[in-house]
Design a protein around this ligand. Sequence first.
Ligand code: PMP
Length: 295
Amino acid sequence: MYFNENSIVYFNGSFIKAKEASVQAYSQTLHYGNGVFEGIRAYKTGRGVKIFKPYEHYKRLRYGAHVMGIDLNYSEEELTEITYQLLEKNNLKDAYIRPLVVTGSDMSLLTSKETCLIIQCWEWDKYMGDRLLRVKTSSFQRPNPKSCFVEAKVTGHYTNSILSTNEAKNAGYDEALLLDMNGNVAECSGANVFMQKNGKLYTPPRGHIMAGITRATVIELCKEEGISVEEKHFTLEELKNADACFFTGTAAEVVGLQSLDNYQFPLVWEKSHGHKLIKLYKDEVLGLRQKRKAS
Ligand code: PMP
């Protein structure tokens, strides 16, 4: 599904066949989860293939590498250029892009000086699909921000996402919603959350969550469209009193919720801001809004 005989990856300075790209069994990333990654999308637009917000994604990758002490000697511009070349070599237009920085063989608990940048890409539909999601509140919390850098996409942090997704799916739900250590709503296992109440949107502020690039884009779109949005902590009880709710993320884009545990969101989805934002977001990633703004 992710690669075939002909797939090409970027591997530490060269483009090689995906089937030949392997990492050392002694890599610190495998043993301790000390690696960083990104999730980016490219879209086929009327003006050719466009990677959506590559600078912002690569800035976050560089930030993650920096806080983990991982050497990543590429600028945002260089990484973007390599990614465009990679898409072309794979003849991909609508694609999901996965840059990953793995660390070398070192069994100490100090970051290895050896690093390897791998960039992979493949075709991937909306990660959570198009239908409204049935979500379960997780028994797992998002990590304490004093135990790690929550805004860094560190490979090891994703065991928390895996635990919560396994739990939700095993109980028959589509996805998990996690609270933070203070009991406030934080985010989904791989996406941010917005709730709608009395015509206004609310989303948790930064601090305990991934600073999603889709989240920032949606906030920007709301401002442009006159949809009132506020970054504010809210509890599970408040969310179970909301009119509607949706998740945002690069892989998931914008996707609505049908229910949270036993609570059904009462507003008809088609009448919610979330539904409108699906289209606004699509137009934004396809560069149609800029054109409209310019004309
Ligand atoms: N929260 C978590 C935990 C994530 O892994 C992601 C995906 N990076 C997001 C939110 C959404 O972030 P973005 O919109 O930048 O993809």
